[in-house]
Design a protein around this ligand. Sequence first.
Ligand code: NAD
Length: 282
Amino acid sequence: MAPVENSSNSRNIIVSGGARGIGRALARYFLEAGHRVYIFDIQEEELEYLKKVHLKKYDDDGKLEVDTCNLRDVKEIRSKVQAAAKFFGGRIDVLVNNASIASPYWKDGKTMEDRETLEQWQAYIETNLTSPFAMSQACIPYMKTEQRDAVSGAQKIHGAGPCIIHIGSFRAHQSDPNQEGYAASKAGQLGLMHAMAISLGHMGIRVNLVAPGRIKAAHESKEGDERGEDWEGQIAEKDVEDHPTNRAGRPKDIADACMYLMDAGFVTGQDITVDGGALRKK
Ligand SMILES: NC(=O)c1ccc[n+]([C@@H]2O[C@H](COP(=O)([O-])OP(=O)(O)OC[C@H]3O[C@@H](n4cnc5c(N)ncnc54)[C@H](O)[C@@H]3O)[C@@H](O)[C@H]2O)c1
């Protein structure tokens, strides 16, 4: 007898670093599209605000859960992923590794000549590169296609199948001065992504990367909401001029790319840059 296909398009999605910024917008767009979302972040107050205010209706409907997790602590990652899998009834469909030290410059105007930057280097590598590896490793047991699914093809059972999306950066390809830590961690994610795409293929897990360009996302926060800030309010003339698309980047642009990848069953090992064409402009 042919296995019963999963007719529901609702996916169980973990978003790391989803308390604010692009991650918060990703979580909201996924919930609006009918998915279930579990958010990890280190910022307790922002998470509380998401659950009780910003995304309350999804929490009330049992579609959202949030938890604090320091992604530099691998033990914590492992136990929190287990809790997330329990919330989802044992199945994780999508992992979005979005959390990051997102500021590209060394702190306090330092350069790599200052030896103190070594500590910051380690923080970049642990947060932006080791944590996506450890998060992915912890999620694999709950994502991989079961043997019985392989009979009729993994992709048939769960639509496009499970997938992991790394949120990288255009800084993997282009730098301003004093960005060694950030650029190296983001370029490292590219290697991690294509190696994982090859290794996890036989488990039916696709792995891709979305590299944002300059995305205005400061309004996606408790403070932004309390001050009534919005996307338009952050746009300067230069933000338009810099982009062949004639506008600045929105968090929704990153959500659109992620949702494309979730449904793109024949796409793995790819790096999609979402930068309004800025990298192509001289
Ligand atoms: N906004 C942009 O213009 C832009 C450009 C290129 C790439 N990106 C990438 O997009 C992603 C999101 O960026 P953003 O602008 O929303 O940044 P952000 O700083 O607003 O959000 C990052 C989130 O990650 C969380 N985080 C950081 N360290 C953590 C840790 N140790 N444990 C748990 N959570 C932790 C933070 O608390 C925060 O909520 C990042 O990967 C960033 O590198 C952003």
